[in-house]
Design a protein around this ligand. Structure first.
Ligand code: ADP
Ligand code: TYD
Length: 204
């Protein structure tokens, strides 16, 4: 049974509303579920999140703070929850660093991998990648955000590079990453997610 599940995608892909929905689905099946997010998920991590989304900083500082928030999140929330036997639904995890700091910012794979190892190389058992073209994500953000953060205001080329890395990672790890066509209507996406949950989370 897959217990550590992450949700990924470019900004505006439409992943967020599916997370509380999936938590309800799993709780309805009698499971204990912890819902969390990155950057964030702990009091310190939420303070780091506010800095990361709001304050200008060098790209190395950005990666180091994302990693620091992840180390704290793993130690305080994710590992204890998995040790208790809970299911963890995490809004973004390590793939976000490869996609945003690697693809978007251009940080080398070597550097990303060494920091990843520093965090113990923790890996979700299952990742849902919500994929949409950047123009559609932009339209969705324009329609839903009063204020855009430091990542959401990046140029189209940044988001295109982030999307490219996500899709490369999904192609390299098909057993872990399930790509969801997020241009579909929300109900159709949920029907698809529900099938994956029955098979991969409740059925294994
Ligand atoms: N499948 C969909 N079709 C149309 N609009 C969607 C879809 N999924 C989400 N949206 C809308 O797009 C906007 C951004 O969605 P959100 O879940 O906040 O994206 P993300 O968390 O991936 O950045 C919201 O207004 C949301 O209602
Ligand atoms: C976890 C993580 C997030 N991010 C970025 C991606 C998002 O733009 C931002 C916050 O993610 P998110 O919670 O999806 O933003 P929102 O609530 O506005 O939908 O942090 C990274 O750049 N690297 C990372 O490792």
């Amino acid at each position: 049974m897959r217990k550590f599940i992450s949700f990924e995608g470019i900004d505006g892909a439409g992943k967020s509303s599916h997370i509380p929905w999936m938590a309800d689905l799993l709780r309805g099946a009698g499971k204990s579920v912890v819902v969390s997010r990155e950057p964030g998920g702990t009091p310190l991590g939420e303070r780091l999140r506010a800095m990361l989304l709001g304050e200008p900083m060098s790209i190395d500082t950005e990666l180091l703070l994302m990693t620091a928030a992840r180390a704290e999140h793993l130690a305080q929330v994710i590992q204890p929850a998995l040790d208790r036997g809970d299911i963890v639904l995490c809004d973004r995890f390590h793939d976000s660093s490869y996609a945003f700091q690697g693809g978007g910012r251009g940080i080398s794979l070597d550097r990303l991998e060494s920091l990843d190892k520093w965090c113990g190389g923790a890996r979700p058992d299952l990742t849902f990648l919500f994929d949409v073209p950047t123009a559609e994500a932009q339209r969705r953000m324009d329609g839903s955000r009063d204020q855009k953060d430091r990542f959401e205001t990046e140029a189209e080329g940044f988001h295109a590079a982030v999307r490219r890395v996500y899709l490369e990672r999904a192609a390299a790890e098909p057993g872990r990453v399930v790509v969801i066509d997020s241009t579909q209507a929300i109900d159709a996406i949920r029907a698809e997610l529900s099938g994956h949950v029955q098979k991969l989370v409740l059925g294994e």
